[in-house]
Design a protein around this ligand. Structure first.
Ligand SMILES: Nc1ncnc2c1ncn2[C@@H]1O[C@H](COP(=O)(O)OP(=O)(O)OP(=O)(O)O)[C@@H](O)[C@H]1O
Length: 600
């Protein structure tokens, strides 16, 4: 007897049978008419393939220099569109990205040079912050955070951004930067420190740095990291999470200034809020911007988010101006900003905005990166030379292989259908604490959380569990997260809302109750543990029918510690333990039934 944990209502057999017969009838009809349509589509496909090939050759021919101008990318798309070809059904974006990233070597040849020849950084590289000529106040602040030396990503990014100016490190437009480094490797500080250092020499506060992240939780987390270091350098930080309306957020930025100028230097926001202000807030401007940071970039460049990039890049290239004669009034720009501008003003003709793109699973798909309109970009890859893959194959450094932190031990746990009791057994027989348990849906997370609570109650176990998903309020989520960080909650059942970027230092274990749908999702979920060089463990429960997909998923994942395999089966568990579980299931079933009845 089992409750549908993933929340799919169970249909009675007859309905299901009729549905199947109807579906089969529809399929047969389509098949007959489809054959000639298919051959016509194949003809069209052959024609478009040769045209796309010719256009691709033309692109290669013309774009000799490193900069890939998005106008040429548009040309190719326009040419293909002109032929009125009916687009063939594409794989889902996740599968498409997955296929692209796992096929990295084959797309390397068609990439612009800067993408196919990255700057490789050994993950074991470190640097002393004191050697970087950053303000002593920043070094002291780092020490107060028990941060003694820089990780590899910081060791390579900071020197690139802290270009020595006349009086020490200052803003200097050295070209845009894309950075790919494992989860928990310190990417946030890699941009916080140099930006705070360079902006700290500004004369008047202006909005000179915007950081875009995909979720509200990350907005809060990144703003907090900025505040720790910006406050000791006299800089203002503001985070837009969408909890306030546009006017209130505008006030957060301007603080009642008469000249409608920002009183903060750094803004952290989700893409939606930024676009709202660009399009509907007539005194919001990016005219003073010097840094644009895009964190979790691959997520933000996914199809669902993509339109924000066109709006933001257009505003950066042609910002709203509030100067009388459309010339930037010089007093707004500190002298060294002026000296570092590559060409004379007006600003918008040659934007000095430095774009910094970060992700642990960076995409190298030129069509996505083209939307960012990067200038003289470089790709920095923190990855060991010979990354070991699951099947023992060595991958040379220049393909972007998603890699697992070297201190993370993964387990593949083959389980039978009764996952909840096997999960409960895995946790308590191994005495796992500070566990994030990922479930594929909000409904499934809620059911599993309630079942664990009931089962722990029946067993008399003191093992408080929390729930974090899109179905609970932001305040509730915050309370659960705080309870988990404090250790009051031993386990959080969560949806993928928690999978990206969230930094909960003491997470020791990540359990994938449901295997993730893509490699990116897997890397980000398990990356919630083994952060900042600490050890961590990731367990994925895989049923027989999920096994093939999961093996394929991990095929192109680089790791240091070999994947361990376990097997858990209901028949191996004590009889009385299974009976207690059945009682817990029965209790949950009754609760679900009662709540459905009362909601009718
Ligand atoms: N040099 C350092 N020494 C010690 N701890 C550090 C250092 N740099 C960062 N950390 C800590 O490491 C943790 C992870 O950092 P951060 O969140 O920036 O990782 P990330 O690379 O952005 O991860 P993700 O890809 O998951 O977002 C944070 O708690 C941070 O305070």
């Amino acid at each position: 007897m089992s409750v549908e944990i993933d929340g799919n209502p169970s249909f009675d057999d007859k309905t299901v049978k009729n549905e199947k017969i109807k579906k089969r009838k529809r399929k047969d009809e389509e098949k007959n008419t489809g054959s000639d349509a298919a051959s016509a589509a194949i003809e069209r496909l052959k024609k478009s393939a040769s045209l796309a090939q010719a256009a691709q050759q033309k692109i290669k021919q013309e774009s000799k220099n490193e900069e890939e101008k998005d106008i040429e990318m548009e040309d190719v798309e326009q040419k293909a569109a002109l032929h009125g070809l009916t687009p063939i059904p594409q794989p889902s974006i996740d599968e498409y990205l997955e296929a692209k990233s796992s096929a990295a070597p084959s797309i390397v040849s068609s990439l612009p040079k800067w993408l196919s020849e990255p700057i490789l950084v050994d993950p074991t590289t470190t640097i002393q912050f004191s050697s970087l000529n950053i303000a002593s106040k920043l070094v002291e602040k780092l020490q107060s955070q028990n941060i003694a030396q820089g990780f590899a990503v910081q060791s390579s990014v900071l020197p690139l951004l802290l270009q020595e100016g006349r009086d020490g490190p200052s803003y200097s437009y050295g070209g845009d930067l894309c950075v790919s480094a494992a989860t928990g490797s310190g990417k946030t500080l890699a941009y916080v420190l140099p930006i705070v250092q360079c902006l700290s020499r500004r004369i008047v506060p202006r909005l000179r740095c915007v950081v875009i992240v995909p979720t509200r939780e990350l907005t809060i987390q990144v703003s907090r990291t900025f505040e720790i270091f910006a406050s000791c350098m006299g800089l203002g930080v503001c985070g837009w999470t969408g909890q306030k309306n546009l006017l209130q957020e505008q006030y957060q930025l301007l603080g009642g200034s008469e000249e409608n100028e920002s009183t903060v230097d750094i803004l952290v926001t989700t893409p939606g809020r930024l676009v709202d202000h660009i399009q509907n807030d007539n005194i919001f401007s990016l005219q003073h911007l010097r840094y644009l940071v895009i964190d979790e970039a691959d997520r933000l460049l996914d199809q669902s988010f993509q339109s924000w990039a066109d709006v933001v890049m257009a505003e950066i290239d042609h910002p709203k101006f509030f100067q009388k004669d459309n010339e930037l009034s010089k007093q707004n720009i500190a002298p060294f900003f002026l000296s570092s501008l590559p060409t004379a003003l007006p600003h918008h003709l040659d934007s000095p905005v430095q774009k910094l793109i970060f992700s642990a699973t960076l995409t190298r798909d030129p069509s996505k990166i083209a939307t960012l309109r990067l200038r003289n970009p470089r790709l920095l890859l923190v990855q060991s030379e010979g990354v070991e893959l699951d099947d023992g194959e060595e991958i040379e450094g220049d393909a972007i292989i998603f890699s697992v932190p070297p201190t993370l031990q993964e387990y593949r746990v083959s389980v039978s259908a009764e996952k909840p009791i096997l999960l409960h057994h895995l946790i308590h027989s191994n005495n796992l604490n500070s566990v994030l348990c990922f479930v594929k849906s909000n409904e499934g997370a809620a059911r599993l959380h309630r079942l664990l609570e009931i089962f722990n109650g029946i067993e008399g176990k003191n093992y408080p569990c929390g729930l974090v998903s899109g179905n609970i309020s932001r305040d509730e989520r915050k309370k659960m997260l705080n309870g988990f960080v404090s250790g009051e909650l031993k386990l959080l059942v969560c949806s993928d809302l928690m999978a990206r970027g969230i930094d909960v230092a003491n997470t020791e274990h990540v359990i994938n109750y449901d295997p993730p749908s893509s490699l990116r999702r897997y890397v980000h979920r398990i990356g919630r543990t083994a952060r900042a060089g600490r050890y961590g463990y990731a367990w994925t429960l895989v049923q027989d029918h999920e096994g093939h997909h999961f093996s394929k998923l991990l095929k192109h994942l680089g790791r240091t510690l070999p994947l361990q395999r376990l097997r858990l089966h209901l028949k191996d568990l004590p009889k009385e333990y299974v009976e207690l579980y059945d009682n817990a299931l029965e209790t949950l079933r009754t609760e679900v039934y009662e709540s459905r009845k009362s909601s009718k």
